[in-house]
Write a protein that binds this ligand. Sequence first.
Ligand code: ADP
Ligand code: ADP
Length: 231
Amino acid sequence: MIKVVDLGKTYINGSLGVEALKGVTLHVEQGQFVAVMGPSGSGKSTFMNLLGLLDRATCGAYQLAGQEVSTLDDNQLAIVRNLRIGFVFQTFNLLPRLSALKNVELPMLYAGIKPSERRQRAAKALERVGLGNRLEHRPNELSGGQNQRVAIARALVNKPAVLLADEPTGALDTRSGEEIMAIFQELHREGATIVLVTHEPDIARHAERQIFFRDGQLVRDEATVNPIDAR
Ligand code: ADP
Ligand code: ADP
């Protein structure tokens, strides 16, 4: 599903170049659940931004669901991003004035899906994350864990090829974090391809595979021994 080969990223700040990623090669099969670990500054966010087509690599190749994306122009990238990638962030990134339902409808608005179908699919996605009875609630009327579930429903609603999550449990207490991981594991069992950044080993152990960055390089790649089951 994801194939990156010799991916590199250098940020230019004035005359100074920061080599944030160096020669990263990684294949993620369809249906895999991968945790990305590494110390602060090791390149995790840079890597996720490249996978999510939010930024461009300086060098290297990237195939997403069989399509080479490194050669696409900005408009094409935006289309692929909207249709193929679901994002979940640490701070939820929901629109505060919109209900859960309207927040989840947004990606379908950009995809040009008609209102009745939008509403139906958004309600179904919210039911899937256990929020069928919170459709009209706004973010400030929901807990952190519930807001993250709204964000997951929003990420799923266009049936993306890949779900990318950057520290999705970072703003939550342990119990809500476990509930979120239970949802990711269930999506994984249903066949979703998931790449999740975390610096917490106990969160990473919910994934079947763990990769580690250090100084912009992928330095370890291993199967999780006895993955934690959050059910
Ligand atoms: P992590 O997510 O693992 O904390 P980052 O990908 O954010 O690591 O950062 C990797 C390196 O790239 C760090 O040295 C960071 O300071 C640098 N970096 C990240 N983003 C930028 C940017 N926009 N401009 C310049 N340097 C950056
Ligand atoms: P995270 O918690 O995701 O690792 P960071 O502190 O690494 O967050 O980065 C937060 C944001 O700041 C990111 O968008 C990253 O690209 C940017 N950034 C990180 N380091 C630098 C830097 N040295 N110069 C400019 N922007 C940076």
